[in-house]
Design a protein around this ligand. Structure first.
Ligand code: GLN
Length: 195
């Protein structure tokens, strides 16, 4: 049977995630309220603005029930702002910004600087044969906090520093970039194959 994937639809690129998952045959439930969380096999947290999504999660009463499902092992994919929301620590977040702490990374918001705030680059991703088009928009960068976090892709800065941009810990995946803003379905497919 097709899996039912919740896409958090409070703000950001939720329509694009919905379209990508439906193209792959998944049933998608857009999540705006606690009752939308019933019966999900996984959740996707889109890119957008993490402070806004955090605020709307609180005001809709969805933060706590979603946090509980994630604690009980609900698989998750977070892209960009979604990566920030899944991270253990936000290094430069707003004081009232909450996150689910479900992947052992710290994130720096806008890690790629203001001048190169948005860019595209071909990424080598572990387990994918061909490069993946990485679309970065005011993207966060990850710092690995726990050894069980696997880095599936990283970007090399001019300084030589390697910034992880695709991380996985168990069934939680987080990308700095936006696979939903490309026609390439391989990352969503990878997610669905590892539920
Ligand atoms: N910088 C944004 C934030 O902090 C994320 C940007 C994005 O999702 N494209 O939420």
């Amino acid at each position: 049977m097709a899996p039912t994937i919740g896409v958090l639809a409070l703000q950001g690129a939720f329509r694009e995630h919905t379209a990508a998952l439906e193209k792959l045959g998944a049933t998608v439930c857009q999540v705006r309220l606690p009752e939308d969380l019933l019966g999900l096999d996984a959740i996707v947290i889109p890119g957008g603005e993490s402070t806004t999504i955090s605020m709307l999660l609180e005001s809709s009463g969805t933060f706590e029930p979603l946090a509980e499902l994630l604690t009980n092992g609900l698989p998750a994919l977070g892209t960009c702002a979604g990566m920030i929301l899944l991270a253990k620590e936000v290094l430069d977040g707003r004081p009232d910004q909450k996150c689910f702490a479900k992947i052992g990374i710290a994130v720096r918001r806008n890690a790629f600087g203001r001048q190169i705030a948005s860019f595209e680059t071909n990424l080598d991703i572990k387990n994918l044969a061909e490069p993946f088009p990485g679309v970065f928009i005011r993207a966060p960068g990850a710092l690995i906090l726990e050894p069980s976090v696997e880095v599936l892709s990283s970007v090399k800065l001019d300084s030589g520093e390697e910034v992880p941009v695709f991380c996985r810990q168990g069934n939680v995946l987080a990308t700095s970039f936006h696979p939903e803003l490309t026609d390439d379905l391989r990352l969503h497919k990878f997610f669905l194959e590892h539920l």
